[in-house]
Design a protein around this ligand. Structure first.
Ligand code: NAD
Length: 565
């Protein structure tokens, strides 16, 4: 990938303020979001262009990064830049309503769609791992995932523990880009979290950003402090520098059964994401270089032990669920263990009912860099939806507990459900922000984007589309239609990726950005995109036969030509 770019060293994050260096705010937003992904406060390893999730990158090489910035600075309001796996490859005249940037990352043709072929091409510099929001320039640090993790655990608490995790202990692994949200999501729900992480610096980083409360010298100390907090019903989180499998096996040997067991190590990537037990980080890094095949075998052996420990804890009474890292899929695929799926994924368990209603993660970043702009949007979302208690609780908690990283941003889940003017929740809110920008109450434009994990934007049989009612888990027409529809509706950046959180060949997914600069053009784009995009979730789930989705389509007037067959 070459040596870090001089421009990147100078930027050290997104440029802020109201002066722009591009020809318009849409191009400027792309430039700022790309640099935001690579802000040392936001991305995990920006010197290597890695944003999060194993090797999820924002650009293919440092030369490609420089070339993307040059193109964006020069891009006209009626032109579209094409980015193929992190490299700018073409630019055409289109029109104002069209996207300014179109991105495709990591996609391979079905028969060749595996890590082996991907790694060969990657080594030759011909493809890049885009993860989900890394290669689409929509990552906003750990805060981006925090609400989804918080909502998942809140739903789990409602179903299993009378609505709160107070006095409950959650045991998990991983304190990386997204996994680092786990301890804060647990403590926001009142619980106690013990997290194993092999890299000491990741533990310190999460403490530094207030996602994790403390570090323990060893597991005994972590367990003693966790037990004390659980006994007192106090929220508490502690990180321990260890392989998560050693931690789970030790807990088993000592007869400890947590209330909840899950995991967020980068198990989707057995070579560059997950660490095998029995090695220090340095030893494992050396092994990866000297003998990658052995590394993969050791890594998969550890994953099998990992699943065994989770299954055993589940049998002993723990609530077990997978949080989207494909741990179960890896063990089934490479070790033939069908029983790996005896514990559920979080989507069928907790999220799908929301997807049926077109509800999903909606995030926005203040391009001014001014936290006051986000605080104004916080007020706006609460004013617009006065009866949504959970949303209010989330915004209050986020203001109090979630520190900004890079461009000030916020995330919340909004749905399809339309108001009396026929506007969806997402459209209503985006239009309100656009007005606030236009009126000067918000200093500079706001860019609205989302995770690739959303109601109608992803096909991922081991995660978002696990156990679909009609067996269409692997049908990937939906995310492709979603990306095409986002273009048709006028989103400003549209991307479609293979891989992401569950690894190459296991998922296709899409996302969008819309820049709210206070203009009528932005209002038109926002109204269309934030209707069609969540609408895809309703359509996709109604097609699969989910009653909630059929009801939502009826209530919100979504046209589904052959409903009922
Ligand atoms: P990351 O690579 O930034 O962090 C993973 C962390 O796990 C790293 O710090 C690594 O050192 C640690 N680790 C790896 N193997 C370990 C082991 N055996 N024991 C202890 N620690 C170990 O990745 P991330 O962004 O935090 O994401 C983690 C995983 O969770 C990915 O697979 C991602 O796709 C998945 N994820 C899914 C969702 C979702 O479904 N919505 C959300 C968040 C994360």
């Amino acid at each position: 990938i070459g040596e870090p770019s001089e421009q990147w060293r100078e930027y050290r994050g997104a440029p802020t303020g109201t002066d722009i260096e591009c020809g318009g705010w849409r191009q400027e937003a792309a430039l700022r979001m790309l640099n935001n992904n690579l802000d040392p406060e936001v991305g995990e390893d920006p010197e290597n262009l890695v944003v999060y999730g194993g090797t999820g990158r924002a650009a293919r090489s440092w030369d490609a990064y420089d070339a993307i910035l040059d193109q964006l600075r020069d891009l006209a309001d009626d032109e579209t830049l094409l980015v193929q796996s992190g490299k700018p490859v073409g630019r055409f005249e289109t029109h104002e309503m069209a996207p300014r940037v179109l991105i495709a990352n990591s996609n391979l043709v079905g028969k060749w769609d595996d890590w082996e072929h991907f790694h060969e091409l990657e080594a030759e510099g011909k493809i890049m791992y885009g993860q989900m929001t890394a290669g689409s320039w929509a990552y906003i640090g750990t805060q981006g995932i925090i609400q989804g993790t918080y909502e998942t655990l809140a739903e789990l608490a409602r179903r299993e523990f009378d609505g709160s995790l107070a006095g409950r202990t959650v045991v998990t692994g991983g304190l990386g880009g997204m996994s680092g949200a786990q301890p804060l999501a647990v403590t926001m729900n009142g619980g106690v979290c013990v997290v194993a992480e092999v890299k000491g610096d990741r533990i310190d980083r999460r403490i530094g950003t207030d996602y994790l409360m403390e570090r323990a010298d060893d597991l005994d100390e972590a367990m003693a402090r966790a037990a004390e907090a659980a006994e007192a019903g106090e929220p508490y989180s502690v990180g321990v520098e260890a392989n998560v499998v050693d931690v789970l096996e030790t807990m088993r040997a000592e007869g400890f059964v947590p209330d909840v067991v899950t995991d967020q190590t980068s198990a989707h990537d057995e070579l560059e994401g997950y660490y095998p037990a029995g090695y220090s980080v340095a030893e494992a890094d050396d092994l990866r270089e000297s003998d990658p095949e052995r590394y993969v075998a050791e890594s998969l052996d550890t994953m099998e032990r990992h699943v065994d420990a989770i299954l055993a804890m589940q049998a002993d009474g723990a609530v077990a669920f997978e949080y989207g890292n494909n741990l179960r899929g890896q063990v089934r695929e490479h070790r033939g263990r069908e029983d790996a799926f005896d514990y559920p994924g979080f989507v069928p368990a907790y999220i799908r009912p929301m997807f049926c209603r077109g509800r999903g993660p909606f995030r926005w970043a203040a391009l001014s860099g001014d936290p006051a702009d986000i605080h104004r949007t916080d007020e706006a979302v609460k004013e617009l939806f006065p009866d949504e208690e959970a949303l209010h609780r989330w915004i209050d908690l986020a203001q109090e507990r979630v520190s900004f990283q890079g461009l000030p941003s916020r995330v919340c889940w909004l749905g399809y459900q339309s108001n009396e003017d026929g506007l969806t929740e997402r459209a209503e809110f985006a239009l309100r922000i656009n007005d606030l920008v236009g009126e000067g109450e918000i200093r500079a434009p706001v860019v609205v984007t989302r995770d690739h994990l959303d109601a109608g934007s992803v096909a991922s049989p081991n995660r978002e589309t696990e156990s679909m009612k009609d067996g269409t888990d692997a049908v990937a027409d939906w995310p492709i239609l979603n990306a095409l529809l986002n273009c048709a509706a006028g989103a400003d950046i549209v991307s479609v990726h293979d891989g992401g959180g569950v690894g190459i060949g296991n998922a296709l997914h899409a996302n969008n950005h819309v820049v709210l600069d206070g203009t009528d053009l932005a209002a038109e784009k926002a109204r269309r995109v934030f209707t069609t995009d969540p609408g895809m979730g309703v359509v996709r789930h109604a097609d699969a036969g989910y009653e909630d989705a059929v009801d939502e389509a009826e209530e919100s007037d979504v046209t589904i030509p052959m409903r009922g067959g």
